[in-house]
Design a binder for this molecule. Structure first.
Ligand SMILES: Nc1nc2c(ncn2[C@@H]2O[C@H](COP(=O)(O)OP(=O)(O)O)[C@@H](O)[C@H]2O)c(=O)[nH]1
Ligand SMILES: [Mg+2]
Length: 163
């Protein structure tokens, strides 16, 4: 994948399938999803092996798009070891509405290997729309504040090893 002499900071973007990992990489790289060379996005899993992308605004960083974990092809118990996540410099774990068992599993293993983790709450736009549609809130600002609270509460309830 990359040698020990690799001077880049290699960041693995991981999580369940469909959480928006590939889309996130395209947004960070400021490329449209349909541009040749962009990370493939879709409603079904589009990545079957880790794929590397540069980050033009931060040349020392390389982003790696991973297949989703906890699928028939990538069972959760093998995901971290088989895909050699321990060899990376940091993980971006993509979560959505509810924190998944995979997210918690990856956080624990990352702590074991002293890997820094960024745990993202993705697709917040959909959750925000749903809150407003149910008329739980009239102001988007209040709905967003509750989304944040709910996510923080789910992090605390799992006692994640996050700093
Ligand atoms: N509404 C919304 N849709 C998103 C977001 N991120 C990704 N998607 C959509 O979710 C689907 C799966 O995204 P993808 O990046 O392929 O997920 P991956 O399997 O984790 O790589 C695609 O249809 C994306 O357009 C987001 O933040 N909001
Ligand atoms: Mg993908």
């Amino acid at each position: 994948m990359f040698g020990e002499s690799d001077s880049h900071i290699n960041v693995a973007v991981v999580g369940l399938s469909g959480t928006g990992k590939s889309t996130l990489i395209n947004r960070l790289r400021k490329v449209p999803d349909n541009l040749p060379g962009a990370a493939l996005c879709g409603e079904v899993e589009t990545a079957n092996k880790p794929t590397m992308y540069d980050l033009p605004c931060m040349p020392s960083i390389r982003l790696w798009d991973f297949p989703g974990g906890n699928t028939a092809a990538q069972p959760q118990r093998y995901y971290f070891d088989t895909l050699r996540l321990y060899a990376f410099d940091a993980l971006i774990i993509n979560a959505t509405d509810a924190l998944s068992d995979l997210d918690v599993h990856l956080c624990s293993l990352a702590a074991l290997y002293s890997l820094p983790v960024a745990l993202l709450r993705n697709k917040a736009d959909l959750a925000l729309e749903a809150k407003l549609r149910r008329k739980d809130f009239t102001l988007p600002h209040d709905a967003l504040a509750q989304l944040r609270e709910e996510f923080h509460a789910s992090l605390s309830s799992e006692s994640l090893p996050l700093s």
